[in-house]
Ligand binder design. Structure first.
Ligand SMILES: [Zn+2]
Length: 113
């Protein structure tokens, strides 16, 4: 489950930031996770429950903000949200590999005390 490694990195960054702010505890961790990031939200919660043990985020609430995928079709010069996993343009039916949004896996919000 690669989510554990990703979650570990993200938690490390969050703890680092919380310490810079002089916090003792992380209360809320909010992540922005794109629909094409290859990360399953259920797995993230499980991973978080593992990596938070013994850290200042032990009692933190994990929130996940899912963002849709947006691709660009250079044939039609437009952005679109793909309806199927092939990322086919709804106008010309070409398959796009030009992703605009949806790969995100970032820390969006942190509440500390
Ligand atoms: Zn197109």
């Amino acid at each position: 489950m690669h989510e554990v490694g990703m979650m570990q990195n993200l938690l490390n960054a969050a703890v680092e930031r919380a310490k810079q702010e002089g916090a003792e505890q992380i209360r809320v961790l909010q992540l922005r996770v794109g629909a094409s990031s290859g990360v399953a939200p259920e797995s993230l919660q499980l991973a978080f429950d593992v990596v938070k043990q013994g850290t200042m985020a032990e009692d933190a609430q994990l929130r996940i903000d899912r963002t849709p995928s947006v691709y660009y079709c250079d044939n039609c010069d437009r952005d679109f949200e793909p309806a199927d996993p092939l990322n086919e343009c709804p106008e010309c039916h070409r398959i796009s590999t030009n992703i605009r949004q949806g790969n995100e896996f970032t820390l969006e919000f942190l509440d500390v005390s």
